[in-house]
Design a protein around this ligand. Structure first.
Ligand code: NAD
Length: 386
């Protein structure tokens, strides 16, 4: 058997209503003065109120940094670091979607270690220590609460990653009640993001692809496949919301240890340059990348096809099953109301060569793809998706 390592968040708490009692947990984990990192939309919706109330009742002095934008910028990270320094933060609580959690992670690192962000980019370069860190996801998509990765937009366009086990938080607090009001479009896009994590983790060529990631990816796909339509069209369904949050976390654990590949590499220029939401960016290229990969990965995709679409269980032969799987994924995006072509989101045909060049910068992801991708291949895939 192939040797492997598996790292994850040491404590995962999954409980409806858990965010309302975060104070007792934060007292133990975050010291007296936590920095609470979130986004302005969640603040306006009042989604943070119960958690902030609980932190106050627990006697903690909380400073709220609520300026995180989607695809967060380095300037936002540095502003949050300043806020943390000014209050002499003893810990960091990230509360929100992947954007807020990613900012919280890197802020905890920079505050705890004093290291420069430029020394931390890439895989394994962040040294730590970091400040104590608790992450509370409010979308069911990125799995950031259990991944060692933080994705930050640099220079307005380039999405760059810090990847190091030091970024895994001390606690992931999963409260599906927080996701009940997630709008249908965000539920759909983030849900497909989680599915992509599981699919890419399962088929990853990374040397650390391992049996735990494979098992987690398959269970994630079962939960996500069975519940994504209900979560999108009946958002108040608590069981579906719970299953989506759990599925997204399991997919996060899978790809944290068996990293994602070309779907993400080709999605990043769409998010970085055109500021299309991350999950939608993935959905736009998903079927086209899988079709490109099929000559090398058909049997892997066939193995997981029935996890998402149980009626594909009877499909004969890896090639046919893989083709049916890709068609069904494409139809699912459409059914969920997501745009399906790059031209639908304002990308011009003339933009595609620049995007292909940009995608090639994501070498840390492309090396994991089941099939080698050249710049010409990336352009062909974008043309098919356009
Ligand atoms: P997001 O955090 O950018 O949030 C998107 C929108 O959803 C925001 O307007 C937010 O206010 C709103 N929102 C969030 N939760 C809500 C709720 N419960 N109710 C109502 N509105 C809510 O979206 P995301 O897709 O979760 O995160 C995307 C970011 O995560 C990207 O920057 C992406 O690169 C990154 N990412 C990170 C990892 C990782 O492992 N660290 C993995 C995948 C993606």
């Amino acid at each position: 058997m192939q040797p492997f390592q598996f790292n994850t968040t040491p404590q995962v708490v999954f409980r409806p209503g858990a965010a309302k009692d975060i104070g007792s947990l934060a007292v133990l984990r975050c010291g007296a003065r936590p920095l609470f990192v979130t986004d302005p939309g969640l603040r306006r919706l009042g989604l943070c109120d119960a958690a902030l109330g609980s932190l106050g009742e627990a006697g903690l002095t909380v400073t709220v940094f609520d300026s995180v934008e989607a695809d967060p910028s380095l300037a936002t990270v540095m502003a949050a670091v300043e806020a943390g320094r000014a209050m002499d933060a003893t810990g960091v609580i990230g509360f929100g979607g992947g954007s807020s959690l990613d900012v919280a992670k890197v802020v905890a690192l920079l505050l705890g270690s004093g290291e420069a962000i430029d020394a931390a980019w890439g895989v394994g370069n962040a040294k730590g220590p970091r400040l104590p860190l608790v992450l509370v996801p409010t979308t069911a998509g990125t799995g950031s609460e259990v991944t060692p990765v933080s994705i930050i937009t640099v220079g307005g366009e380039e999405k760059r990653g810090v990847s190091s086990p030091i970024l895994l938080p001390d606690v992931a607090l999963l409260d599906p009640e927080l996701t009940l009001g997630l709008p249908a479009a965000i539920t759909a896009a983030t849900g497909v993001d989680a599915m992509v994590h599981a699919i890419e983790a399962y088929a990853s060529r990374n040397a650390n692809n391992n049996p735990l990631s494979k098992m987690l990816a398959r269970q994630a796909l079962r939960l996500l496949g069975a519940n994504i339509e209900t979560a999108v069209f009946d958002g108040s369904n608590r069981d579906a919301r719970g299953a989506m949050l759990l599925g997204s976390m399991l997919a996060g654990q899978a790809f944290a240890n068996s990293p994602v590949a070309a779907v993400h590499a080709l999605a990043y220029p769409i998010g970085g340059i055109f500021h299309i939401p991350h999950g939608l960016s993935n959905a736009l290229v998903l079927p086209h990348v899988l079709r490109f990969n099929a000559p090398q990965a058909a049997s892997l995709y066939a193995e997981i096809a029935a996890d998402v679409f149980p009626d594909l269980a009877g499909e004969q032969g890896a090639q046919g099953c893989c083709a049916a799987f890709i068609e069904r994924l494409s139809a699912l995006s459409q059914k969920l109301g997501l745009q399906t072509r790059l031209r639908d989101v304002g990308i011009g045909e003339a933009d595609l060569p620049r995007m292909a060049k940009d995608a090639m910068r994501q070498t840390r992801l492309l090396v994991n793809n089941p099939r080698d991708v050249t710049e010409a291949d990336a352009l062909t895939i974008y043309r098919a998706a356009w």
